[in-house]
Design a protein around this ligand. Structure first.
Ligand code: SAM
Length: 637
């Protein structure tokens, strides 16, 4: 919103102060910038940061001096384009290149712009910056900087935690790290895009008809969702009852915390009871059918219907329901049993609350459901055993407790479309007989190469303002205001819904999405050994000209190690800064549940690989290479 008052004569003191502040911000500092830049050598990653500082004003002088207060980061401009740098240098020497001007104006959506983060607009509106909302940025375009009388502040529309920039091919090639620029020619290097986040899809649904997921899809999605949630299946008691007296007249923070923790306990309790209820009811159907058979043997003169009615009557005397009521319930409980028979107990334990409606209306029930669940059963058990090892204990209530089949880490098992899951290590022993993979939650520093100097640290201080949204970052999620990638940083974490799977096309293992990853959401951080100087092996190359580093994942890291290439990928690697440390994030471009997650490894990677691409896309760029007997040639140190 424009906030420069037009009529300067009737300004309130507050508005006048704001007006002064804006005038300072409108100052044309291109001359200062140009001459400063002229003293520096050309560099591919220069950035002009605009900070403001609150100083303690001495009453004796007009100038500020003495103690310095906190700094506010107002924004920054990328000077990484060589044309822009040249243009500014030319300015300081009085030489103006018209091509450079047009280039630099064209670079970002038609304009090169300076970002003034929320801080500015918040000060201007005399209100605190948005906490907990999506970041909004005010952009001041370069041509407006030369025109201090114009309305300067245009708020860009934001669609979520991330804002995508249109990046020109010139900028993109600067951000890409090529083997030549790193001095290494043989390492096969994965690439990141440094600031080009995939934009969340705009919703424009008017008049558009979408196919809705079928009830089977919804049911299966609900099971996976619960599986990868923080659901607790050990019965919770309410020993520590809620102290209603602390609420007082209003809901202060303590009272609010108390009701939140009560709510959490009750929700956990009810989820656990819901799981128990469905498994007991499915088991009841098994027992009922066995009882019908037994009555048939005891009283062979009864018809089938009569034996069933006899068993129902026996049940009703204990349950204290009418026969009609029990028959109605029985039809739903039969649904639970069918799901259990096809998908195993895990599919029932982790079914969401939608299971009741699904079994009541039975839309999509039948062979399709049974085939689908039978194929999913082993994958569901891998997730249940590794993420919720306590789940099988629930079955002891109905005498069905069993041993954990898939112990260990969720990614120690490779799930298959047909057949049982196989141990991860066995999928590599043909190349590496003693293969072991160490699962890491955080990258580890190769101290032989780096000592204690983590090359990912972008400054000596742990910067706490997000480079992307400008909001405050903290590992303590009650203080964190940065809403970029909450799946990974500064929020409650739940397991990421992916599994390592056996690819059908000969690429060995790959990553399968168990739930949808909307465009722009994080799938994971690229975790591994932070090292340097590795050759002839797969590494992620990162850092800048001053500090190049590699992330090696061959035998240690996380699931991003298993992501395959596609010439039409559904995700990409992206740089992001968390608490002053550079991270590489796998960001979704829109991944559907059940799809293989893929990235584009880049030309640089494929140049170092004597192999044919098996992505199977019609636009495949690496098909013509010499085919190998097997697609897997992963080399490790
Ligand atoms: C980082 S690993 C990915 C996981 C790998 N599939 C595995 O089972 O360990 C990279 C290797 O996977 C294989 N790969 C990945 N994408 C491929 C593709 N589109 N076509 C053929 N092989 C591929 C290649 O052998 C490549 O060197």
């Amino acid at each position: 919103m424009p906030i420069m008052p037009r009529n300067e004569e009737h300004l309130s003191p507050t508005t006048e102060a704001i007006h002064q502040l804006l005038k300072i911000l409108c100052h044309d500092f291109t001359t200062d910038l140009s001459s400063s830049l002229a003293t520096l050598p050309a560099h591919s990653s220069l950035r002009f940061k605009i900070n403001a500082e609150i100083c303690i004003h001495s009453p004796d002088t007009q100038e500020t001096e003495g103690a310095h207060g906190p700094q506010i980061h107002l924004g920054s401009i990328d000077l990484c384009q060589s044309e822009l740098q040249q243009y500014l240098r030319d300015q300081s020497t009085g030489h103006v290149s018209t091509t450079a001007v047009s280039n630099c104006v064209d670079m970002e959506s038609g304009r090169t712009s300076i970002r003034c983060e929320d801080t500015v607009s918040s000060i201007a509106q005399n209100q605190p910056s948005n906490v907990g909302t999506s970041p909004a940025r005010t952009h001041v375009s370069e041509d407006h900087l030369h025109d201090s009388g114009s309305h300067l502040y245009k708020r860009r529309k934001t669609t979520g935690g991330l804002r995508v920039r249109q990046v020109s091919t010139v900028e993109r090639s600067d951000n890409y790290v090529t083997p030549a620029s790193t001095g290494s020619s043989t390492a096969r290097q994965l690439q990141t895009k440094s600031r080009e986040f995939p934009q969340r899809k705009k919703k424009n649904d008017e008049g558009v008809h979408h196919l809705q997921p079928s009830s089977i899809e919804k049911f299966v999605a609900g099971v996976w969702k619960q599986m990868f949630s923080s659901v607790e299946l050990t019965p919770v008691s309410l020993d520590n009852p809620y102290d209603a007296t602390i609420v007082g007249s209003g809901c202060n923070i303590e009272a609010f915390r108390a009701i939140n923790s009560l709510c959490l306990r009750v929700t956990r309790m009810s989820r656990c009871s819901r799981a128990l209820e469905t498994i007991i009811q499915a088991h009841w159907v098994d027992c009922f059918e066995a009882r019908v058979k037994a009555i048939g043997v005891e009283q062979p003169f009864l018809s089938n219907t009569e034996t069933k009615m006899a068993a129902l009557r026996e049940a009703c005397t204990v349950l204290q329901w009418s026969e009609k009521e029990l028959r109605n319930k029985l039809s739903i409980w039969r649904g639970y049993k069918e799901i259990k028979d096809a998908g195993g107990w895990a599919s029932l334990v982790f079914a969401g609350s939608g299971i009741y409606r699904f079994c009541k209306y039975r839309v999509g029930f039948g062979e399709n459901l049974a085939t689908r669940l039978e194929r999913l059963q082993p994958s569901l058990e891998v997730a249940a055993d590794t993420i919720h090892p306590e789940w099988r204990r629930l079955l002891s209530i109905i005498g069905q407790e069993s041993q954990i089949l898939y112990p260990g880490h969720p990614h120690d098992w490779v799930v298959c479309d047909v057949g049982k899951p196989i141990p991860l290590r066995s999928t590599y022993t043909q190349w590496f007989p003693d293969f072991q993979f160490t699962h890491l939650d955080d990258s580890v520093l190769d101290q032989v190469e780096w000592g204690t100097d983590d090359p990912r640290c972008m400054s000596s201080t742990r910067a706490t303002l997000c480079n992307t949204c400008g909001h405050f970052q903290s590992n303590n999620f009650s203080c964190n205001e940065c809403r970029c990638f909450p799946e990974l940083y500064g929020a409650c974490k739940t397991p990421i819904p992916i599994q390592v799977f056996r690819t059908p096309l000969g690429k060995n293992n790959g990553l399968i999405a168990r739930c949808e990853f909307p465009r722009g959401s994080a799938i994971g951080e690229f975790i591994g050994l932070i090292t340097k100087g590795m050759d002839g092996t797969d590494v992620m190359q990162s850092g800048d000209n001053e500090k190049r580093y590699q992330i090696y994942q061959g035998k240690l890291g996380n699931y991003t190690r298993f992501i395959n290439h596609s010439c039409a990928p559904n995700s990409q690697f992206q740089k992001f800064c968390w608490l002053g440390s550079e991270r590489i994030i796998l960001v979704s471009r829109g991944v559907e549940a059940g799809a293989e997650i893929t990235v584009d490894y880049s030309n640089e990677y494929w140049e170092g690989l004597d192999k044919e691409c098996l992505c199977g896309e019609s636009c495949c760029r690496y098909l013509k290479k010499k085919a190998q007997p097997t697609a897997v040639a992963i080399s490790f140190r």
